[in-house]
Design a binder for this molecule. Structure first.
Ligand SMILES: Cc1cc2nc3c(=O)[nH]c(=O)nc-3n(C[C@H](O)[C@H](O)[C@H](O)COP(=O)(O)OP(=O)(O)OC[C@H]3O[C@@H](n4cnc5c(N)ncnc54)[C@H](O)[C@@H]3O)c2cc1C
Length: 374
């Protein structure tokens, strides 16, 4: 089914994905209502490393999807006050003697795929990022096409763009969806008792998606779940300027003179049940690693600490498309949603306005989980 030009569309969720979808659909002329149980952009998207990349994404089509995502933000930036949120600063990665061969092989593969990547020597590494303490024996690679986004100012602008094209935005209890009835004219119920009728409902509810639309995500509330991660923001700090991955620490600048820190072992060690003292111990550990990694952190302290949750599709790949057996319901949920949202929202808009799913979306259809349901 394709929308008529004045079709009514309810978008559930105003994270990076829902805000992008609402902005594109409203700009395409649809009558959009954007609902969020909180204020826009306060959930996973607020805490994301927000690294724009297709650095190690497999298989190849998923790599291409992410690479297209990076290009889509670059295209949108001049048209949406990109200075406020677009940071194409490049990514510098350090490896140890043990991981250097993997880094070299990855750079070679990405270069063959036409993705900007190159190995750099210690002198160039130091020149690229003066704040970085470069170990003398470190292998390093630079990915000049990568960077990061500031999701809060970006989502604010996407929501404003949607509103400028006539979208209605409801937040808090008025925006909290408690029921979704599929059908020729699907209906959405909110916590305040309102019933919204639409031609299509697009569910962009992030990790809460399974409560509204039956798609399989990695369970995130259970102890030991791999979906939660730990974000620590420290400051004040004068630098660095790029997004960095070093053995044991990922970091990037954050507004307000802060550094956003993450580490794989910290993410693996915490979940939504981890006691506060244990979280604070990890935060202190990441700050210590930060001091060893970059200069200028002597006076820094932990400013923000959050266990946040990735929406992780069960097979690791994006889930985008019409929900089988649920007419009028369209789902979009993905990891790497920051990298992907600008491009996915464009594909989703094409799908909904033409009724023909772009070929690129075929791999990501929700129907792959329910082959027996049309
Ligand atoms: C620690 C961490 C690091 C990450 N790093 C990266 C990275 O470097 N690069 C990258 O591309 N991606 C990264 N990701 C993933 C990326 O952040 C997510 O894929 C993306 O933010 C998901 O956006 P979303 O809009 O789908 O979800 P959210 O931002 O969670 O938005 C969903 C919205 O839906 C609303 N909602 C839910 N249920 C309802 C309901 N019933 N009624 C109304 N509203 C509802 C919520 O309030 C929320 O605002 C990272 C994630 C984490 C946790």
């Amino acid at each position: 089914m394709a929308f008529v030009s004045s079709g009514r569309c309810v978008v559930v969720g105003a994270g990076i994905l829902g805000a992008s979808v609402a902005a594109r659909l409203a700009a395409a002329g649809l009558r959009v209502t954007l609902l969020d149980q909180d204020q826009p952009g306060r959930a996973t998207s607020r805490w994301s490393l927000a690294w724009l990349n297709s650095n190690d994404k497999a298989p190849r089509p998923y790599h291409e999807l992410n690479h297209a995502g990076m290009k889509a933000w670059a295209e949108l930036a001049p048209d949406l006050d990109g200075e406020a949120w677009y940071r194409p600063v490049g990514h510098l990665e350090l490896a140890t003697a043990e991981t250097a061969a993997e880094l070299e092989a990855r750079v070679k593969r990405l270069t063959q795929w036409g993705y900007p990547a190159r190995l750099v020597d210690p002198a160039e590494t130091a020149a690229l990022e003066p704040a970085l303490r470069v170990p003398p024996d470190a292998a390093a690679a630079f990915f000049p096409g990568e960077g990061y986004l500031l999701t809060e100012p970006l989502i604010a602008r996407l929501v404003a763009r949607a509103e400028s094209h006539g979208a209605q935005v409801r937040t808090g209890e008025a925006g909290r969806v408690t029921g979704l009835e599929p059908g020729a004219a699907p209906r959405v119920r909110t916590a305040t008792g309102a019933v919204l009728e639409a031609d299509e409902v697009v569910c962009c509810a992030g990790r809460w998606t399974p409560a509204l639309a039956a798609v399989p995500l990695v369970p995130w509330e259970t102890e030991g779940s791999t979906a939660p991660g730990l974000v620590v923001r420290v400051g004040p700090v004068p630098g660095p300027v790029r997004l960095l991955h070093t053995p044991g620490l990922s970091l990037r600048p954050h507004p307000g003179g802060l550094l956003h820190l993450e580490a794989e072992d910290a993410a693996a060690a915490v979940d939504l049940h981890t006691p506060e003292p244990e979280l604070r111990r990890w935060a202190g550990e990441l700050l210590r690693r930060g001091r060893r990694t970059v200069r200028g952190l002597d006076d820094a302290r932990v400013v923000e600490l959050k266990v946040c949750v990735r929406p992780l599709p069960a097979d690791g790949q994006s889930i985008v498309g019409r929900l089988p057996g649920s007419p009028g319901v369209y789902v979009a949920v993905t990891h790497s949603g920051v990298t992907l949202a600008a491009h996915l929202s464009r594909l989703i808009t094409t799908d909904l306005t033409t009724g023909t799913p772009p070929a690129l979306l075929a791999l990501y259809t929700p129907a792959r989980f329910t082959p027996d349901i049309q």
